[in-house]
Ligand binder design. Sequence first.
Ligand code: ASP
Length: 338
Amino acid sequence: MSDRRKFVKFSLLSSAAILVGRKLFARTEINSAGGYDTVKNEPVVISTWDFGKEANAAAWEVLNKGGKALDAVENGVKVPEADPNNQSVGLGGRPDRDGRVTLDACIMDENSKCGSVACLEHIVHPISVARLVMEKTPHVMIVGDGALQFALANGFKKENLLTPKSEKEWKEWLKESKYEPQKNIENALPGGKQNHDTIGMVAMDKNGDLSGACTTSGLAYKMHGRVGDSPIIGAGLFVDNEVGAATSTGVGEEVIRIVGSHLVVELMRQGLDPESACKKAVERISNRNPEAAKQVQVGFLALNKKGQYGAFALQKGFSYAVRNGKEEKIYESQHLYP
Ligand code: ASP
């Protein structure tokens, strides 16, 4: 074969290889900062626990119309916040030891803008107050009465969040309870039910932008003024638009100690897939104090810039919901202890 013919053959083969390669790897490219640039994006939303399914449906309405991930996560988590039968988020949430329903929430967008409220009473949608903190103030976090005043000044309505069902259960709990700081009192609930749940939600929109939201009434019968991981940026939620997003649920004190969601995102930055990153964070908790870790539940959920997602928990029983163009599903998370 002449040199020229060899050259033409080689060029044709290389072009074909490049075309095939482009097709196979069309979704992502590694950018110079080590993160991913998404070339072709498929919206996706994932959230904690089974009740994440209904919340995802509300988020999906936004994503499916080409809306922003930020609007999607706010719209999504407002569903359990307004549901009086969900006793771990918003209206109907289990109260603290004094019978007060105090709510924690935070939100974070693709530009690392974030807002948070903690120990907020009387407002059904703390996530929307957190978003206003992000958009209308130079601050990140407003707590307690300051958060309530801020909400009322911005048109939110003051409401009684303690439903008859949650009040009855709290009064039942009071009969037996010792007023001591306990960080894990799951089994103290009537019927031995778990006392925790939270909605943490992360999403990617059609532009490949990520956002997240996290909202909870916190641990049932906590000390008044106790704040968990959920409203703390980096602990209960973290978003880095170059890498991915993560959120958590479970005993917030354990998550705060390892700045859990930030850790998960940083592990993904180092190349771990979402589930492996969540697993490493869970192991960090258990390595620090294995005996204590066996007594509590913590679960992490993560989404990377490629649209891959995964979760991992200390104990069996953590589930998460996924919604994208192809599926609407609830998954059982992997766990460390049997
Ligand atoms: N992480 C929440 C908190 O510690 C509660 C939960 O998710 O169960 O307040």
